[in-house]
Design a protein around this ligand. Structure first.
Ligand code: OAD
Length: 246
């Protein structure tokens, strides 16, 4: 008997999303053609060392990405996950949406995601740790000073290479008791997120995977659905909800 059908297991759903879920909204993935880093090497724009060496360059790169948020909309995959979250809330079923994405498309679709790699819409003071939601339209190269300690510039609240992902304790607790796990649009190459599928499987969860090509961490026991998230995810959500009702 599958654990989710076992009346002694309380359902607990964990969803992990990556760049592929936002690809159908028009945001570039990291490793596909078209390379997100826009002509920069990763270490030039996405490391603490880069920020200290050339904050103007790093800030201009993130200004472009913050600006791009205004040009995209959530797609049916984001909407389906928000529907899943709302259904779980109504039925008192534990649900966690973890995203590696720094865009705000899950929020705009109605979800309450846990951003393990930070958010473009958030800024953080490296001196006093003040954090604020800020998507203000700034002149190119214009920094935002800290309103608390007057430090001259807030940094993007983004997990750069060499920094620790956020909310890991909470995520790991949920993975240990997951009964249903969905991995959507992620290549399974970047840890610790790439280990979540294995952890959920080890907890006995039913695991679904959606991507355009087989992710690195795929196992034969995962339910793999190839195709665009905007098409596949609404179907997977229906399948999962049917399994919960069974
Ligand atoms: P990747 O660019 O590594 O992988 C994108 C995945 O999405 C691939 O498996 C594609 O097949 C799939 N994909 C592309 N278009 C899709 C679509 N329309 N529908 C469904 N799947 C699609 O992106 P991530 O796995 O998210 O970290 O990358 C993980 C992390 O690597 C990022 O969060 C970032 C990067 O370094 C940090 O910046 C800390």
């Amino acid at each position: 008997m599958h654990p989710c059908h076992d009346r002694y297991h309380t359902p607990s759903i964990v969803v992990l999303t990556g760049a592929g879920v936002s690809a159908d909204s028009g945001l570039a993935t990291f490793r596909g053609a078209g390379g997100l880093w826009e002509g920069h090497r990763v270490e030039q724009v996405a490391t603490p060392e880069a920020w200290h060496a050339d904050p103007e360059l790093v800030w201009r790169f993130y200004q472009l990405r913050r600006g791009a948020l205004g040009e995209v909309e959530p797609n049916p995959a984001h909407a389906a996950l928000a529907r899943l979250e709302a259904t779980c809330a109504r039925q008192d079923i534990e649900f966690l949406l973890v995203t590696q994405n720094v865009d705000d498309l899950h929020e705009r679709a109605g979800s309450d995601p846990t951003h393990m790699h930070g958010e473009l819409a958030m800024l953080r003071c490296e001196r006093c740790a003040h954090r604020e939601h800020n998507l203000s339209d700034l002149a190119p190269g214009q920094f935002v000073p800290c309103p608390h300690c007057n430090h001259d510039r807030l940094r993007p609240d983004i997990v750069w290479f060499g920094e620790l992902p956020m909310h890991m304790d909470h995520i790991e607790r949920r993975l240990r008791r997951a009964t249903h796990f969905l991995s959507i649009g992620t290549s399974g190459l970047v840890y610790p997120a790439a280990g979540f599928l294995t952890a959920a499987r080890a907890a006995g969860a039913h695991t679904w995977v959606n991507s355009l090509d087989e992710p690195d961490n795929l196992h034969p026991s995962d339910d793999f659905h190839v195709g665009r998230a905007a098409v596949v995810v609404p179907r997977l959500v229906d399948e999962l909800l049917a399994e919960l009702e069974a």
